[in-house]
Design a protein around this ligand. Structure first.
Ligand SMILES: NC(=O)c1ccc[n+]([C@@H]2O[C@H](COP(=O)([O-])OP(=O)(O)OC[C@H]3O[C@@H](n4cnc5c(N)ncnc54)[C@H](OP(=O)(O)O)[C@@H]3O)[C@@H](O)[C@H]2O)c1
Length: 290
């Protein structure tokens, strides 16, 4: 089998972005709530990401809440022309840090305005509607009313492109009948592959698939196979996990989350790691055993 060579960029809405981006969720305090332990370090990570070629940042105003967007604005505004900031709406935070569904017209409109204000922009590049029928994974539920609200906000010029998060294949199909969908952001990684068929379907439609928890999220990926492969390739397990995603499908855009400059550098360097067909087959076995 020939080695798979995937492109380094992909179209997100109307913009071409590098396939390795950055997820900003880790910049808030513990539990994605409150300020970071080290504010200057958080600002430095954001600046280094963009200086190193990242032109796709994933965020939400419910990270902190507000704090992550405010950090992005402080670190990066005025924003480079090629930077695409993707945000998400559909939840708000309780006083205790809980994640509460927020899907009324008022809440969705408020969320768009919160993102505009805290990011300091007139229009949001991409807004993902994050479904909460089951907070932990895609689950069927009615999407027409909230998506229509977001499509109205797009018509008013506040939102350039719309995406979905934590969505089922049926919801994505229904959504595409309501408005153009440019990306889908679901839980996916080497060990969690429920969206395999969906990714291939979206690739055929030119829709970006942006896995969240690409490194396992709050429970980092742990696998002896991953460790063995990484040692053989003189890479870290996380770099191999990211390289596997890049080779999995051309429409996968990465947003690994980190608060560490060292990890950021490692994650960006994963773009240069090529996995042979034999190594890919070995890594494919991880999901089977998960
Ligand atoms: N749509 C949704 O529902 C949803 C849900 C969750 C996340 N997201 C988005 O997806 C992005 C990515 O997800 P995530 O940040 O939760 O999970 P992730 O990228 O899978 O993993 C982040 C964790 O891995 C660590 N890490 C990062 N790079 C590493 C490296 N090179 N070596 C070792 N450890 C490393 C981070 O710690 P350090 O800070 O110490 O590096 C952090 O604990 C988020 O930033 C957010 O923008 C979306």
């Amino acid at each position: 089998m020939p080695e798979i060579t995937q492109p380094e960029t992909f179209k997100l809405g109307t913009r071409i972005v590098n396939r390795v981006g950055y997820g900003a969720m880790q910049l808030a305090g513990p539990g994605v709530f409150g300020p970071p332990k080290d504010r200057d370090a958080a600002l430095a990570v954001l600046r280094e990401a963009v200086a190193s070629g990242v032109n796709h940042i994933d965020t939400s105003d419910f990270y902190g809440p507000h704090i992550t967007n405010q950090l992005i604005r402080e670190a990066l505004a005025p924003y480079p022309d090629d930077l695409v900031i993707v945000t998400k709406i559909g939840a708000r935070r309780g006083q205790d840090g809980s994640w509460i569904p927020a899907f009324s017209r008022e809440e969705l409109t408020q969320a768009v305005h919160d993102n505009l204000r805290n990011l300091g922009v007139d229009v949001l590049d991409v807004v993902n509607l994050r479904f909460m029928f089951d907070v932990h994974g895609p689950a069927e539920g009615p999407i027409e009313a909230p998506l229509t609200v977001l499509a109205d906000l797009q018509r008013r010029g506040l939102v350039r492109h719309i995406g979905l998060s934590n969505a089922t294949a049926a919801q994505i199909a229904e959504a595409r009948g309501i408005c153009d969908i440019v990306c889908v952001q679901n839980h996916y990684n080497l060990a969690h592959r429920a969206d395999d068929a969906l990714i291939d379907d979206l690739a055929g439609r030119g829709i970006a698939y942006v896995p969240f928890f690409p490194l396992g999220g709050f429970k980092p990926l742990q696998s002896s196979t991953l460790e063995k492969v990484a040692t053989r390739l003189s890479a870290t397990p996380m770099q191999v996990a990211l390289a596997w995603l890049l080779q999995r499908a051309p429409n996968i855009l990465l947003i690994p989350g980190t608060s560490s400059a060292l990890h950021l550098r490692e994650n960006l360097a994963a773009a240069g790691l090529r996995l042979s067909p034999d190594v890919l087959a070995e890594l494919d076995g991880i999901a089977a055993g998960a």
